[in-house]
Write a protein that binds this ligand. Sequence first.
Ligand SMILES: Cc1cc2nc3c(=O)[nH]c(=O)nc-3n(C[C@H](O)[C@H](O)[C@H](O)COP(=O)(O)OP(=O)(O)OC[C@H]3O[C@@H](n4cnc5c(N)ncnc54)[C@H](O)[C@@H]3O)c2cc1C
Length: 417
Amino acid sequence: MTHTRPSGTNWSGNHRYGATETLLPTDLAELAAAISAAESIRVQATRHTFNDIGDTDGSLLSLERLPTRITLDGDRVRVEGLVTFAQLAPVLEAEGRALHNLGSLPHISVVGATATGTHGSGSANGNLSSAVTALEIMDADGQAHRIDSEHAWFPAAVVGLGAFGVVTAVELRTVPTYTVTAQAFTGVAWDDIVADPKRLFASARSVSVFTTWGDPAHDLVWIKETDADAEPDYVTALGGRPVGDDLHLGRIRTVGNTTERGTPGPWHTRLPHFRAEALPSDGDEIQSEYFVPLDAAADALAAVRAVASVIDPVLLVTELRTVAADDLWLSPAYRRDVLAIHFTWRNDNAGVAAVLPTIEAALAPFQPRPHWGKAFTMPGETIRATLPHADDFVAAARAADPRGVFRNDYLRRTLAL
Ligand SMILES: Cc1cc2nc3c(=O)[nH]c(=O)nc-3n(C[C@H](O)[C@H](O)[C@H](O)COP(=O)(O)OP(=O)(O)OC[C@H]3O[C@@H](n4cnc5c(N)ncnc54)[C@H](O)[C@@H]3O)c2cc1C
């Protein structure tokens, strides 16, 4: 019999799962039996989302007791079950391989991240989903399917929001390992940041700007560069001064949990902001993020700055990053190079919900797409209007899951699925 446990809350505690229980199958046969018997089921992975995307009024399913084999084959790696980037990266590094990028933390599951379009920074870097070359999915009848780039559902299923079934394994493209040096700078004036955002964000392999939209003491540019970077001195030319050990990310004072700066190291030890063995970020928080065309970055930033006083009471910090365009239908970077405007909020659901419409109205002229895993209040039809293949996604997801076992309120609300 499949073991169960209470479903509990997401990582930050701002969402308590409405599911009755979390099922813990120990092999693929138990997994298939659990799915086939369900009317409604969703996968609960590392729970680092901030909304009800992963919830259901049926049962949740964790893959934590299934095998977690990692298999390299040429430039591809196949990852089974509930593997995190913290588990995957050292295995790749030991074989001289790497991923092209990482998010701000390695604690999250590879499948949960790629299913939601999770990204790092770097104008030439696609999001983490863009490294996916194939998915192995178990459908609502417990049947296994491989969806690779030749499959008609591929551009829908990669950033699939869990709507296509249970992803039992994912295959990713790897690159030769590389070395990264990180450095954080203060002293760059906001006017210089917004004068030429494209140049700033292209000035190193990965560039993040932290701000609280007004206090220059909180403005920080965190750069991660490789030897091949074209213009590593751009931020120092703008007056940037390296930050010492006392690193603040806006109103978050880091406590020995950030990755090393100032020395070269393997990609996976420098690209994330937060160390694998420590609690990332603030912990007691909610996050939101909106993606706007990079071409409109300066105007979009001015629009948010104009409403800064409204959002200030709940804001801990904003982070700005860039993501290169891709071809995945629900990707926030679908056919657009984007600026990602992120907000880490105090852990106050009502306070955050009250300010989100103000930001969304300010960004409306730029057709923002929200991060699927973070808090937003945009109506589904507004989101769908920014995604040319939203209807195609819905058609593919319905074909993949005719019984609607993997659908939930979130998918109905956002995509009319
Ligand atoms: C501190 C912190 C920092 C973050 N930094 C970043 C960042 O730098 N960049 C960024 O883009 N995002 C970031 N995020 C957001 C986070 O990466 C995404 O929301 C991601 O989706 C979390 O994955 P998860 O597995 O933890 O979430 P979960 O909620 O467990 O899963 C996410 C979704 O994927 C589905 N899913 C997971 N596994 C499967 C599977 N095997 N089969 C089918 N469906 C599945 C779930 O049902 C759910 O709908 C951050 C979040 C936190 C808490």
